[in-house]
Every structure is written in C-alpha cells, then in structure tokens.
Design a protein around this ligand. Structure first.
Ligand SMILES: NC(=O)c1ccc[n+]([C@@H]2O[C@H](COP(=O)([O-])OP(=O)(O)OC[C@H]3O[C@@H](n4cnc5c(N)ncnc54)[C@H](OP(=O)(O)O)[C@@H]3O)[C@@H](O)[C@H]2O)c1
Length: 339
C-alpha cells in the first residue's frame, strides 16, 4: 500500500507539537486529480492558526498548508486525462502540508514550463493576493507612489515587484536588516520601528496613491492619513494582533467598521478590506478569478519579469523548524517546504 505523509496541527500548539502522520494515498474521485506535492510553504495564516487566531480556521486537528505546487499523478472519472504529468499550483487554505493530495481538477492552475515548483510556490497565495489588491482594488498605475508595509514579507516581496512592473514607485517598511535588500530591489526603505508617517511624509509630502497594510491595529489610522486625495488604502491583515487574546474576529471587525466609516467621508479617498475568499459567492467565478490572476503572475515569472523570493527551503517533515524560522522576524520572502 502506497502511503502519504502529512503534518497535523493537533490544537493550539507550539511548532514542535506538530505531528507527522502516515496514511494510505487516496484515489481521486470524479472530477478530481491526485497531486504529488513538490512544494508548499509557511504563510502568516499558519502562525495564526496554531494560536487559534485565524478568523475562519477549521476545528482541530487539521493539516495546515495554504497552497501548494505539484505534479498530477492520477485523474478521476470525468477529469481531463491530459492533466496527468502536468505541474500545477493550487490554493487550498488548509491541507497543503502533505506529500500527496486529492483536489478538484477545477482548482488546479497549470505552472508554465521553466518555472520550478519552489519558484511557483512563492507566488500562489502571495501572488494572487498581491495581484488582486494592486489591480482589482487599488488599480495602481504608472507614475504613482505606493507604500507597502512589510515589504520583506511573503506577500510584501511580490507586491513590491508587481507594483514596480505597473510603473509605480515603491516605499516599503521593514526592519533595518532588510533595508539594503530593499534598496537593491529599487524600493525606498522606511524603518517600521521609527516614526513611519514622518518618514513617509519626508518622501511623499502630499501622501501616497495607495497603502497596502497587513499590520492592522490602531496604526491603521496612520496608513489612512498617508493616502492622498484620490488614493486607496487596502487593509488586508492584522499581523499586529496575532498574539492578542479574546475573540479572533474582533480585530477584523474593527477594521471593517473603520473602513466603512472612512468611505462615508467626502474626501475622495477609498478604503477597502481585502479578503481573498470574500466577495464572490459563486464558486465557479471565484475559481475563474483565482486561475486568471495566478496564471498572469506565473506567466510574468516565466518571462523573467518577477522573481521568487525564497527565504529558506526545508523538508516537509521539518515543518516545526520552518514555522520557527517564519516567526523569527528575520527572513525575507517565503519559507518553502519540499516533501
Ligand atoms: N486578506 C487576505 O486575503 C490575505 C491573504 C494572504 C495574506 N494575508 C495577510 O498578509 C500578511 C502577510 O502574510 P505573509 O504570509 O506574507 O507573512 P510573512 O511572510 O510571515 O510576512 C509577514 C510580514 O509582516 C511583518 N510582521 C510580522 N509581524 C508583525 C507585527 N506584529 N507588526 C508589524 N509587522 C509584522 C513581517 O516583518 P518582520 O520580518 O520584520 O517580522 C513581514 O514583513 C499577513 O498579515 C496575512 O494575514 C491576507
């Protein structure tokens, strides 16, 4: 019997309490495909999930893993047999930390030739998030200036590249250790441990055209104030409340209330709370949008227009070490797990 390996989050847990489990590899059902996973990764969501702080995580125990890249090894009834042997990427939210997985074929996005599994992995959830915020919400255009908080992070590093590709100038916050890397990437760095509004005002006295804020908490007010007339604030996370106690949905609800109130003001600015899973109630439309946007980012990677920022590559069974590293606040880009 062929078995798969998967990493189980048993409950609110330290990374070392993650469990390695073996079980039989399931067969794909109708409309499904069996994927041999080649790369998955650590997202901020798993840091929240292990603390019970992700706003819509499933009940414990479960297998984390927000996205994956792999090769189709078998197809079920009614699934296009030509998928077999194809490298594909998928957004899973949970369940990616496995050596093999069965997914709906409609959720698989082909990875272009010339893009490795590890490279592609850096832009699945991160690339879709960045692309949709930039082009479906803020509609960033050439000549604009944008502020990216956490420009060294997984989402931040691809957001920077896609904003630059759109012709925007990027100011990015990060700790000092990442400033040389940001400068080398054409980003004007700002130290988030110092006065961010003052540093940004010194660079953009009238404010910026868009702010991408995953930090949340009270400092979101500073981000809003930095948006110039006609500009956009995109709030998309609440990293600053990861270790808070109490209702895990409250920080998001507070931001939604703020965003709603700000949009009522007659000041020509717009505020959004971006949620990858929100907005589209019809699954087929959601899938189509994910597929289009991820394909666009992957094509840009294949064309050499965006590059993968890999913080580290570790074996799947070192998921605990990978989580510790991702949470160390020292890395740039995506921590990738390879089965
Ligand atoms: N709304 C959506 O649909 C959606 C989708 C995907 C991701 N996200 C959000 O995007 C954010 C980034 O995710 P990711 O996977 O790219 O994470 P990541 O790779 O771990 O990067 C996290 C970034 O946030 C910074 N950071 C961490 N803790 C912070 C804190 N307490 N205060 C301020 N900055 C902090 C880090 O800076 P240091 O390196 O200096 O610690 C780093 O730049 C998360 O908040 C996540 O929830 C939202």
């Amino acid at each position: 019997m062929e078995t798969l390996i998967e990493i189980v989050l048993p409950g609110i847990a330290e990374p070392e309490e993650l469990q390695v489990r073996r079980r039989a590899i399931p067969a794909p059902g109708a409309g499904q495909a069996l994927v041999r996973v080649e790369a998955t990764g650590v997202s901020f969501a798993e840091q929240q999930m292990r603390r019970g702080r992700y706003y819509d995580q499933p009940p414990y125990p479960f297998v984390p893993g927000y996205d994956l890249v792999g090769t189709v090894t078998a197809t079920g009834a009614g699934t296009d047999a030509a998928l077999a042997g194809r490298r594909v990427a998928a957004l899973t939210k949970v369940g990616g930390w496995r050596t093999h997985t069965v997914l709906d074929a409609a959720d698989l996005v082909p990875v272009p030739d010339g893009v490795s599994a590890v490279q592609a992995e850096t832009v699945v959830v991160n690339g879709i998030t960045a692309w949709q915020m930039l082009h479906r919400l803020a509609r960033v255009r050439a000549g604009q200036t944008v502020l990216v908080l956490g420009a060294n992070g997984g989402v931040g590093s691809i957001l920077v590249q896609l904003a630059q590709l759109a012709g925007a100038k990027v100011i990015g916050t990060a700790s000092q250790r990442h400033h040389d890397t940001l400068r080398a990437a054409g980003v004007t760095p700002v130290d988030y441990r110092a006065d961010v509004p003052a540093q940004v005002r010194a660079l953009a006295p009238d404010g910026v055209d868009a702010v991408f804020d995953h930090v949340g908490g009270p400092a979101i007010v500073d981000s809003w104030k930095l948006v110039r007339r006609g500009g956009t604030l995109v709030s998309y996370g609440s990293a600053s409340t990861r270790d808070a106690t109490g209702n895990s949905q409250l920080p998001i609800l507070k931001m939604l209330a703020r965003v709603y109130a700000w949009n009522l003001l007659p000041n020509g600015r717009h505020a959004y709370f971006f949620n990858l899973w929100g907005g589209l109630r019809r699954k087929d439309r959601f899938r189509a949008r994910i597929s289009t946007d991820l394909s666009t980012v992957l094509e840009k990677m294949a064309a050499g227009q965006v590059s993968a920022t890999v913080a580290a590559e570790l074996p799947l069974t070192s998921a605990a070490e990978a989580m510790r590293l991702a949470e160390s606040r020292t890395v740039a880009g995506k921590v990738v797990l390879t089965p």
